[in-house]
Design a protein around this ligand. Structure first.
Ligand code: NDP
Length: 403
């Protein structure tokens, strides 16, 4: 019964499956299913060459609930790890309920026709997972995922309350392409072009996309412009840190990326509504994805580091007054490629996906119902980050952020 089934065969899946194979004591039997079986086979071949472990592969359309239910029943995994796209979250949850398997993902459900990143669709499965005696673990990537675990670790070990939280996501990597996204281009561009939202005074405040820019000096990378944007962990953090007065998410973008994106937006190439072309309905953003480089192809040329972390301010646990802590991981693109054949954005998502899966497989994290990652003990997850390629550091800053 210690079987795991991973769905999706992109960059994140590739890293997670390699890392699972490197931890065969927890994952003795790995199955991998995706829309394009050849992509599963390529990952399985790389895993075999690097670790000696075998991975069973299958073709599946994860939006076909009866077919997916039958596959899960035939394999009999304890846990299904969804590393396909956010569009498939609900159908995979449905199939897990029908087949009796735990569920995990790294991104919240998003309807195809509107760029809305919200948890309510998945939270609505709470009663069904509870009644079935199954666990659904939501958001076990880096952000969401590690960024929430960082916040909960600070709350457990350093701060009695978190008054202000800023999540800073910097990709200082250079892939040598004029324009490319470092994870699924469709999902990435939908996220970046959506209006910014941050948590303030008990509600979300909406501002124009890319409207707020701050320069920040990232360790291991150097000074970079970061932009305030909406990211889904703000919703779960606001729920599980009820004392939070202000929560914001920042991501770095280079000037060339912004210029390309502005042009693509201005000419309508990022639209997600259908347009007729030569008698066929196409979605411009999906067409754009087809002509952009595959993120999984960027690994070989990407150099530089990622630096992702949380800056939190609140009352110190030891009663010494208000304190500010900065907790982060710095990850090297070339080292990730050498270890798994993937760049650091896939790596920083795939490793926490493996760790979240390990928490459920071993029963270290357990429960009946739908859980966000903030609801579990951060310590065993943080220990595994240190052991499996994403070591973190924590430091005290002189005071709250000035921006
Ligand atoms: P990719 O686009 O590289 O991979 C997605 C995979 O899912 C592809 O293999 C694709 O198949 C497969 N897929 C798509 N639709 C279906 C379907 N209907 N049935 C079966 N398989 C399907 O994405 P990434 O690896 O970059 O990202 C994977 C996930 O990780 C996404 O949900 C993304 O949002 C999330 N993510 C989370 C992050 C975090 O920190 N929390 C950061 C980065 C990503 P095919 O190859 O045939 O198209």
């Amino acid at each position: 019964m210690n079987k795991v089934l991973v769905i999706g065969a992109g960059g994140v899946s590739s890293v997670a499956v390699h890392k699972m194979a490197m931890n065969a004591d927890i994952f003795p039997h790995i199955s991998l299913a995706s829309r394009t079986k050849s992509k599963c086979d390529a990952i399985a071949a790389s895993v075999k060459a690097r670790t000696g472990q075998s991975v069973d592969t299958y073709a599946i359309d994860a939006e076909d609930v009866p077919a997916l239910t039958a596959l899960i029943k035939a394999i009999g995994p304890k846990l299904v790890v969804n590393l396909a796209l956010p569009y498939q979250d609900l159908t995979i949850m449905d199939a897990c309920l029908a087949a009796g398997a735990h569920y995990m993902d790294t991104a919240n459900y998003e309807p195809k026709d509107v760029a809305k990143f919200e948890y309510h669709w998945q939270w609505a499965y709470q009663d069904r997972f509870k009644a079935a005696g199954l666990t659904a673990l939501l958001g076990s990537g880096f952000d969401p995922g590690v960024t929430s675990v960082f916040a909960m670790w600070l709350k457990k070990h350093k701060l009695r309350t978190i008054r202000q939280l800023d999540i800073l996501d910097c990709n200082g990597g250079d892939h040598g392409q004029a324009f490319a996204t470092n994870f699924n281009p469709e999902i990435n561009i939908r996220e970046v072009t959506a209006p910014a939202r941050h948590w303030e005074g008990g509600a979300f405040v909406e501002t124009p996309a890319m409207g707020k820019k701050v320069e920040f000096d990232f360790e291991g990378v150097g000074p970079k412009n970061m932009y305030m944007m909406y990211h889904e962990e703000l919703e779960s953090l606001a729920r599980f840190l009820p004392e939070l007065e202000r929560g914001r998410f920042w991501m770095t973008f280079g000037d060339a990326y912004i210029q390309h994106l502005t042009v693509l937006q201005n000419v309508g190439m990022t639209r997600i509504d259908p347009v007729m072309y030569n008698g066929v309905e196409i979605i411009p953003l999906q067409f754009l994805k087809a002509v952009l480089p595959e993120p999984s192809s960027l690994g070989a040329t990407t150099k530089g580091k990622t630096n992702i972390g949380d800056i939190a301010t609140g009352d110190a646990l030891d009663g010494s007054g208000e304190k500010t802590f900065y907790i982060k991981n710095i990850c090297d693109h070339e080292a990730c490629y050498e270890e798994t054949g993937n760049q650091a954005v896939s790596y920083t998502t795939g490793v926490p996906a493996m760790i979240g899966a390990a928490m459920v497989m071993t029963g270290v994290w357990s429960g009946e119902g739908v859980f966000n990652i903030e609801q579990f003990d951060p310590d065993p997850f943080m220990d595994m980050l240190n052991k499996h390629g994403l070591p973190w550091t924590v430091e005290e800053l002189a005071g709250p952020v000035a921006f």
